[in-house]
Design a protein around this ligand. Structure first.
Ligand code: ATP
Ligand code: MG
Length: 457
């Protein structure tokens, strides 16, 4: 996992020190992490300046460094230590990533969407890695720094790269797409995340479609075909492939079978039944988007089936955890937005075989001036067979408010609102038995997973 020195050299305005012994180098942006043969790339933000940490980086394995030309040169460097002077270290990192992609000549599949990017990326990788030398975004490194780092960490002989691309503002996906020049782009869905910056759902859809900005000629865009904001586009520049539950989709999901361990489903083309070992109807759609990517790369149905059955997903996405007293806990604490919260609640309602279904829901952030309305909107899906709704946090309390305002209490779930996790813990523990399933979901900042670990065995 190392990049060629010619590519690094190509970025430099000036080179100081001795580069003759450098061969391949591993990118290092965090000076605290140990890396063998590291090229330190000091990045600067509002609150930090990576250039201050060169000595630490050297202690941890840096054998060369990029250096912003306007920064004073470091003193006390090891004799001959190579510095590649550049105008801007971040831009140099991004340009190196572009050059490495061209050098490796791999196919690129890029995944965006309001929800389900990481899940779909992991699914695509699980399939493609059975047939190709594949590499994927590790965890969630999906922005203007994470995408170049992912590209630069990919081994030279990679055949297919699966990239997650995230965004908060207009223009960000255009940039990432033009950097990575995907052969295939995927949009998982359009939700409400980051609506404060993008104005409306239509704005969000437009921003997601920026993923086509760098899409290669004769590439393919694979989308959630049940979302009218996405199916509106018509173009000859690339092929559009739709996936979903509605009849008009190119890949139409038929015959869903739910179990407590996962789902089975079939498609309009062929009789094969696919299975995924994860819950959530949204994950069936994510699986079909992944299948469409694999089909586009001529992977056989049998390999796709195996890849989906042997998925291993990034943690805290509808993860099943054994709870106290024989209960089932569902750790979906990675993050939350209204659309992902609703999708998870629908799945909780559909799980077969539990008497008590408890939704533990917390604050959702970055929803802008409509945040109260968007929290209250969740109440519409808080219906039987849910038995308990437990909210945590001040914004979380809005979620349950419409239920409490209803005159008719009969048939609605029991509602409890707590200020924080510590207050809620005792109460939640009292609900757990072998007939209980309890879902935990909130924005990342809430770190609801600490509750999950306190209530698990
Ligand atoms: N297609 C989908 N539609 C709606 N919700 C989904 C979909 N796929 C997954 N989710 C929900 O979104 C949550 C987050 O999933 P995941 O981490 O894969 O999304 P992400 O887009 O990578 O998020 P982030 O923007 O934080 O990187 C999941 O726990 C699940 O509840
Ligand atoms: Mg993600």
């Amino acid at each position: 996992m190392s990049i060629g020195v010619e590519i690094i050299r190509g970025q430099a305005i000036q080179i100081l020190g001795d580069t003759s012994r450098l061969n391949k180098l591993n990118i290092m942006t965090d000076s605290r992490k140990t890396v063998a043969d590291g090229l330190f790339v000091p990045l600067s933000g509002h609150h930090f300046n990576g250039h201050r940490f060169l000595s630490q980086a050297i202690e941890n394995g840096a054998v060369a460094s990029l250096w912003m030309e306007r920064e004073p040169l470091p003193d006390h460097l090891p004799e001959g230590f190579p510095l590649f002077l550049v105008a801007d270290t971040l831009k140099a990192l991004q340009s190196m990533a572009k050059a490495w992609l061209i050098h490796c000549r791999c196919k690129v599949a890029a995944v965006t969407g309001s929800n389900g990017k990481t899940t779909t990326k992991d699914m695509i990788y699980s399939i493609l890695s059975r047939r190709f030398k594949a590499y994927k975004t590790q965890g969630n490194l999906n922005n203007h720094i994470g995408v170049p780092l992912t590209i630069l960490a990919m081994p030279e002989d990679t055949e297919v790269l699966v990239l997650e691309m995230g965004m908060n503002h207009f223009g960000e996906l255009t940039f990432l797409s033009q950097l990575a020049k995907p052969d295939i782009a995927v949009i998982t869905n359009v939700g409400e995340s980051h609506i404060e910056f993008l104005g409306s759902r239509a704005g969000i859809a437009r921003a997601k479609l920026e993923i086509t900005a760098g899409l290669k000629k004769r590439g393919a865009l694979i989308i959630d075909g049940d979302e009218p904001l996405l199916t509106q586009i018509h173009t000859h520049a690339f092929q559009i492939i739709t996936c979903g539950y509605e009849d008009h989709n190119d890949w139409k999901i038929t015959g869903i079978k739910e179990g407590t361990e996962g789902y089975g489903f079939s498609l309009n083309h062929g009789i094969k039944e696919y299975r995924i070992p994860v819950l959530g109807k949204q994950n069936v759609k994510n699986a079909v988007l992944s299948l469409a990517v694999a089909k586009r790369l001529h992977v056989s149905s049998e390999t796709i089936k195996e890849g989906l059955e042997h998925l291993s997903l990034t943690k805290m996405r509808f993860e099943r955890v054994r709870g106290l007293h024989g209960s089932l806990l569902i750790n979906d604490c990675y993050n939350a937005s209204p659309s992902s919260m609703e999708a998870s609640l629908e799945t909780l309602k559909e799980l077969p075989g539990f008497k008590r279904r408890v939704a533990v829901l917390g604050d959702m952030y970055e929803l802008g001036s409509n945040e109260e309305k968007l929290h209250r909107g969740i109440a519409r899906v808080l219906t039987a067979p849910l038995t308990h709704v437990v909210t945590i946090g001040d914004k979380g309390a809005w979620i349950a408010a419409p239920l409490l305002e209803k005159k008719e209490a009969a048939g609605r779930p029991e509602v409890h609102s707590f200020h924080d996790k510590t207050e809620a813990r005792q109460f939640l523990a009292g609900l757990l038995d072998d007939q209980t399933v309890m879902l935990f979901k909130a924005s990342r900042l809430m770190q609801l997973e600490t509750l999950v670990s306190e209530l698990s065995i």
